[in-house]
Design a protein around this ligand. Sequence first.
Ligand code: AMP
Ligand code: MG
Length: 338
Amino acid sequence: METRVLKSTNENIKYCAELIKRGEVVGIPTETVYGLAANAFNENAVMKIFKAKKRPADNPLIVHIADMDMLRELAEDIPDTALEVCKKFWPGPITVVLPKSDRIPLVTSGGLNTVGIRLPSNNVARELIRICGLPLAAPSANLSGSPSPTTANHVFDDMNGRIPAILDGGSCSVGVESTVISFEGDIIRLLRPGKISVDDLKTVASDVVVDKGVLEIISNDASVKSPGMKYKHYSPKADVTLISGSVEFFEQYVAKHNSAGTYALIFDSDDISDSIKAVRFGDSSEQQAERIFAVLREIDKIGAERVYARCPSKEGVGLAVYNRMLRAAGFKVIKEGD
Ligand code: AMP
Ligand code: MG
């Protein structure tokens, strides 16, 4: 199948809405990362997403909506805290996990009786959902396991020949996937960190619990609250190691292990020896979130074999960057002073 990359003009958005209504899968921009969108009610269409991504069937899809009426159609027993989260942070990069209504097929929810729902702020995504008049199941538009796509070209690299069209809406402004949360009374459980941070969530909940899966290895057969967290993720082909500590420690460590295929992944303001090849990924956590996935793709393109990465801050959206890099590194962290 030929994969067309289309500018997100009104005409092309309408064309993609037609494809989706016919049960096809389309690559779409959102403010977080690009998604692979299909009609969330149509089992066959949703199965095409899993096939295109080579995604395990028990990894649930996030359902994207354009207004609060759709939320009430898809979820049941919505707690007040969830409504407050939606009121405060939607449209935006946060997904709420709620008991699902019968309208959501089990294929979409990965066999769970809950569903993750999000109302994106990206205008192209919202316009597309509105024209379809349907909720759109849309996981990240990468092949399962590889870094999430933040440009239409990244989607094309992974999906060429696997889907009919990609809507090009430029690069994603947030750059990491949505924050995913569930509710236990008026307590929020953070299942996946994103742009909406723990501190943001504390403004609406009595407490915020960070799920174990955010920072620890979850074994593949463990029953986990956020199934996506148990899979190997975001992994470039290169062998990545995170180095936690000062830039001086980082430089010494990399110099000791430096060879032809070695690259350093460092902050923009880091000053290290010219004898170490370096790729930079920003200074602030916001910049790092925006660039991390593009950089992980870039290090594969330049043929890096071993990558030593500076450990990002865990504050704010930094926790999301750290969480993704930890997975890219297969949880290998070298700590200064250990
Ligand atoms: P992706 O859209 O590729 O970013 O993946 C969606 C991720 O959201 C999944 O891998 C899960 O970790 C999480 N998620 C989606 N739906 C649920 C749900 N019903 N319960 C828990 N986590 C969910
Ligand atoms: Mg994903």
